[in-house]
Design a protein around this ligand. Structure first.
Ligand code: FE
Length: 435
């Protein structure tokens, strides 16, 4: 006679997601960002499942295994769909007032970014409007943008100041970022970018403005705990290498980790500087030199690539992502959401990365999740579906991961789960896709 087997009681969890056609775990080492061939390894579990409790992932595996051990009153079937970590947008200028659609037309008609800037447009127009805008108005605008980002699957964004360019206005923007983070389910990681442009008050006297950043802004930002990173727009005609270095080193002294807008419009040694100061990331990099790329690889500086920005600025050129991956630079992605690149959607960024920078869908997904998490210092918490990490999860209407980038211009999101809670559910609104 067979003894009846002892059945262990199933453990109760808050939420179970089961039967994913592909569950992209992105599991692996969280010590370092993924480089080279690692960027193609998505840790796919077919018929995958996730168990979530108290906003954290408690188990990941095959549906048969997970449902044997866990039960929940909240069960989501991801049958026919893919499940992956929420997108991490590693570079945004979230807080501003003043859209610039007129300049969009000027660009179409041939004006360059630097031409628009020297005509008093560009950043400076937004600075005027942002200075005028109230705290509450800026919070409202940021929340609206975060809503759109979340709706498209982004669960964490980095957000920079940089449209104040005066101590009180820069502090106001960083306070807006803090407030938006408190109010919205998307996590917002703050970066101080006082060195975004030289303000009109310091025209022809950038050196004095750098003094203000170093002597006044950085100490106050740090004292109020308003930023985790310090960024600088290192570019010909904006902040030169020496000024950029001074700002980043000053930031470091106040525990603000360096980031750089580097080599976006011209080759000016930004990538090399990023490696020299131990930056967490160097961003844009369209004109990065070979030496700079090698130096970044050596120091494991993430390249945050922003194909949406190159697209909207109509530069006819994109960063050489393939060269960077071949050289061992960890590549991440961001929208660069700002008034000249009004783009909230990381799915479209992935499509751009595939079409214009020859990333495979798998590489682009890695760049938009775990590597982006590294690029904002959060890889211990987010960017992959692993036990102990935040339950920031998206379910997409795609039969496999290669549909990301391939099927573009629509929102593939079915559900967004943030901290274990369903915060977007588009299932009811969805038009049935033909696969
Ligand atoms: Fe930017």
């Amino acid at each position: 006679m067979n003894k009846p087997t002892k059945r262990r009681a199933k453990e109760k969890v808050d939420l179970l997601i089961v039967n994913a056609k592909e569950l992209l775990t992105l599991a692996g080492t969280n010590e370092k960002p993924r480089i080279g061939k690692q960027m193609r390894e998505l840790g796919i579990v077919r018929k995958g499942a996730l168990a979530i409790r108290d906003g954290r992932i408690v188990a990941v595996g095959k549906t048969s295994e997970i449902t044997r051990k866990f039960r929940s009153e909240n069960l989501i079937s991801a049958s026919g769909k893919i499940v992956l970590p929420g997108f991490v947008d590693a570079h945004t200028h979230l807080v501003f007032a003043g859209f610039r659609e007129k300049e969009f037309q000027m660009r179409i008609e041939g004006a360059s970014y630097m031409e628009i800037l020297s005509a008093g447009g560009g950043i400076l127009k937004t600075v005027r409007e942002t200075r005028k805008a109230s705290f509450d108005k800026l919070v409202d605008l940021a929340i609206q943008t975060l809503d759109v980002m979340l709706e498209h699957g982004t669960t964490t964004v980095e957000a920079k100041s940089g449209y104040g360019l005066a101590t009180k206005d820069e502090l106001k923007i960083l306070e807006v970022i803090r407030r938006a983070n408190q109010l919205h389910s998307v996590d917002v990681v703050p970066t101080f970018l006082g060195a975004h442009a030289v303000p009109p008050e310091y025209k022809n006297n950038a050196a004095e403005y750098v003094n203000l950043i170093v002597d006044e802004m950085i100490p106050q930002v740090a004292e109020k705990g308003l930023a985790e990173f310090c960024d600088v727009f290192c570019e010909r005609g904006v902040f030169n290498l020496e000024q950029s270095k001074r700002i980043l080193v000053a930031g470091k002294n106040y525990r603000l980790k360096p980031k750089i807008h580097a080599d976006e419009m011209s080759t000016c040694g930004g990538a090399e500087l990023a490696a020299e100061v131990g930056a967490v990331s160097a961003d844009h990099l369209l004109f990065a030199s070979m030496e700079g790329i090698k130096a970044m690889a050596e120091k494991c500086v993430a390249a945050v690539l922003l194909p949406g920005a190159a697209f909207s600025l109509m530069m006819g050129k994109f960063a050489d992502a393939r060269l960077m991956i071949n050289c061992g630079v960890p590549v991440a992605l961001g929208t660069d959401y700002n008034p000249s690149c009004v783009l909230e959607n990381m799915q479209l960024v992935i499509a751009f990365a595939c079409h214009f920078m020859q990333l495979t869908p798998a590489e682009a997904i890695t760049a938009a999740t775990i590597n982006a998490a590294h690029a904002i210092g959060k890889a211990h918490e987010i960017g992959s579906l692993e036990v102990g990490k935040k339950a920031d999860v998206i379910i997409l209407n795609a039969p496999n991961h290669k549909f990301l980038g391939y099927h573009f211009g629509v929102n593939l999101v079915d559900k967004v789960i943030k901290n274990g809670r369903v915060v977007v559910d588009r299932e009811a609104r969805r038009i049935q896709l033909p696969f």
